[in-house]
Design a protein around this ligand. Sequence first.
Ligand SMILES: [Ca+2]
Ligand SMILES: [Ca+2]
Ligand SMILES: [Ca+2]
Length: 169
Amino acid sequence: MLVIGLALGSATALAGPDKFGSGRGLPPEFAAFDKDGNGVLSEEEKAALKAAIEEQRKAFLAKYDTNKDGVLSPEELAVAKADREAAELAEKTATFAKIDTSGDGKLSEAELAAWMTGASAERVKATLTRMDTDKDGFVSLAEFTAKPEGPKHPPGGQGQPPRPHRGRR
Ligand SMILES: [Ca+2]
Ligand SMILES: [Ca+2]
Ligand SMILES: [Ca+2]
């Protein structure tokens, strides 16, 4: 699930700062290919990563290119997108349940603080404020799973295939 995992990475980027900034220069998806663990991918490691991405791309195509013409039509892409969104939602819902230790279906500041280990009180507050769109002081599941309206994915419709990577080459 490398390609999709990369896309998911951003969606779950708020899944705890403890997983990030651990001094490693590579995101976990890439670090897996950093065999000697020096934080840089050698040509050989890059080739392995590329091969894995190509594998993923092929698997992705095989799965969603339902009419087997080698191209993902807007309709086929829509299916892929729906699948990915469902997976994202499932993942976010699972994360939400983990954070909601009281099990009341909403995240309090204290629960967020417990989850964001090492984050300052300001940062916790800022995170809460950012997600708490109805301003009731808690993050509901709907708020937690809401899609941030970002300019990252301009509504295309030109039938472009999704980029498996974000700006890395
Ligand atoms: Ca097709
Ligand atoms: Ca709670
Ligand atoms: Ca709220």
